[in-house]
Design a protein around this ligand. Structure first.
Ligand code: GLN
Length: 485
């Protein structure tokens, strides 16, 4: 086994035993990147030099007996998080030359733990998309089938994981952008509860929905990553002022005696039969372990796409107003006056999907339409949250598919935004309700594409998600498979 193929906990143990060094791990990761990155294009930029320096510093720290679980672990970060002194593009022309003067809180926390930041991963522009085809810097390919998309918008992070180009990765999830690509690339991906992880230094898409979370190779690594990310930050007013538990205690616990709900609205016509079969397989496996299942109803599920595609674009239109060619990044050359400069910079700087969202959002927030759209959507959102509250009165967790189909072909949905939006139908509701959700590998199609299963839990009940994910992976270790590249 090459070092880049190991988990965080395996590497931590090897480092502690003096069997390897952080420098050797970083070199193994960059060797892998040099070998496969031309096929995948998971990264927008690499941070080779600073990564090797951080690895050397990690080795000194280990020698001094001051290591954490993440000391010397190479991590890839979605290019939507500010990294001091390194370009942060959000996959957009408009931020092509933006170099943040500060680190996002999660980056600062990872660095403080001794992690090695290796590069910034590709993404749909401003995290708007489900396929990573909408990056201004070219698309990312799915390591399991290079003709297919890796999912999105954190597709670069998921693909880098599947291709063993990093040990763990960071993504963001506004409507599914961690769980959906995790599922399509066969890795674990967790969207934490709204408020658990600080978003200071995260370039905002939809502020009432955005969350930062980890991609990991298994539940234990996911717990280690969450430990580093979670916790109150006075710089983010939406971060909850509560102590986070040590998540490492949850993987390995038993789920015996739990009740898991099966929301009937998620098992409808149109799901790929291989996906339903894989999710049914998960249910059978967990039943054998003593988990009880019961059908539950989330009756407002049918509104999730409509509600999300009003709320997310509305908030995006407001957040993206700051890109005016004056303060950040791109400015169109040769404008005749100020208004013209605003217009041309935005016209040339934003891609077509971002413009579509700005238009939808501006419309639904405008006088005379606000009540009919944004306000109405927010009211329905409250009802959706009540559906979950009701279900969680009798259930420890819920189980659903992550996506209706496995990874689709590159180009397949690019001309049809509605089809693209529908690929998130099973992940949007958790964001609207602020709940945590995890995607865990649970099988493969006959053509060898990964399938994931989603578990959701009550607010701040990430521990349950880690417990059930680890129970499943002990029985069916799908997360151990890797694509042949
Ligand atoms: N695919 C969804 C969208 O396009 C969700 C994106 C995300 O979670 N960032 O908005």
């Amino acid at each position: 086994m090459n070092l880049n193929e190991l988990t965080i906990h395996e590497l931590r143990d090897k480092l502690a035993a003096g069997e390897t060094t952080a420098l050797a791990i970083a070199e193994a990761v960059f060797r892998r990147i040099d070998a496969v990155e031309s096929k995948i294009h998971a990264f927008i930029s690499l941070m080779r030099e600073s990564a090797l320096e951080e690895a050397a510093a990690a080795d000194r720290r280990i020698a001094a007996g001051d290591a954490t679980d993440l000391t010397g672990i190479p991590i890839a970060v979605k290019d939507v998080l500010c990294t001091k002194g390194s370009p942060t593009t959000c996959g957009s022309r408009i931020l092509e030359n933006f170099v943040p003067p500060y680190d996002a809180t999660v980056i600062a926390k990872l660095k403080a733990a001794g992690a090695v930041i290796i590069g910034k991963t590709n993404m749909d522009e401003f995290a708007m998309g489900s396929s990573t085809e909408r990056s201004a810097f070219g698309l990312t390919r799915n390591p399991w089938d290079l003709e297919r998309i890796p999912g999105g918008s954190s597709g670069g992070s998921a693909a880098a994981m599947a291709a063993d180009e990093c040990i763990a990765a960071i993504g963001t999830d506004t409507g599914g952008s961690i769980r959906q690509p995790a599922s399509l690339c066969g890795v674990v991906g967790l969207k934490p509860t709204y408020g658990l992880v600080s978003r200071y230094g995260l370039v905002a898409f939809a502020s009432s929905l955005d969350q930062i979370g980890p991609f990991a190779k298994d539940a234990e690594d996911c717990a280690i990553m969450l430990n580093a990310l979670a916790g109150h930050d006075p710089k983010d007013s939406t971060s909850v002022p509560a102590e986070a538990p040590d998540y490492r205690m949850f993987p390995g616990r038993e789920a015996k005696g739990w009740t898991v709900g099966i929301p009937k609205e998620y098992f409808v016509e149109g799901i790929d039969p291989e996906i339903s079969a894989a999710v049914n397989g998960v249910i059978a496996t967990l039943e054998r372990l003593g988990v009880a299942f019961r059908e539950v109803s989330l009756p407002r599920t049918k509104y999730c796409v409509a509600v999300y595609y009003i709320i997310a674009p509305s908030e995006a239109s407001s957040n993206l107003a700051r890109y005016d060619g004056v303060r950040y990044g791109f400015r169109s050359a040769g404008s005749r006056n100020l208004i013209d400069m605003f217009k041309q910079s935005r016209l040339e700087g934003f891609g077509s999907e971002v413009k579509r969202r700005i238009m939808i959002g501006t419309y639904s927030l405008s006088a005379g339409y606000y009540d009919a759209y944004y306000k109405k959507a927010s009211q329905v959102r409250t009802l959706m949250r009540q559906d979950f509250d009701e279900a969680f009165k009798t259930c420890d967790a819920l189980v659903t598919p992550v996506t209706p189909t496995p990874a689709f072909r590159i180009g397949e949905k690019m001309d049809d935004p509605i089809q693209m939006y529908l690929s998130d139908i099973f992940t949007l509701s958790t964001n609207l309700a602020g709940l945590p959700g995890i995607s865990v590998p649970c099988g493969y199609t006959t053509t060898g594409l990964p399938i994931g299963v989603q578990f959701m839990a009550r607010h701040f009940d990430e521990g349950k998600l880690l417990t059930i994910a680890s129970a499943l992976e002990r029985e069916t270790p799908f997360e151990k498979r890797r694509p042949a590249l």
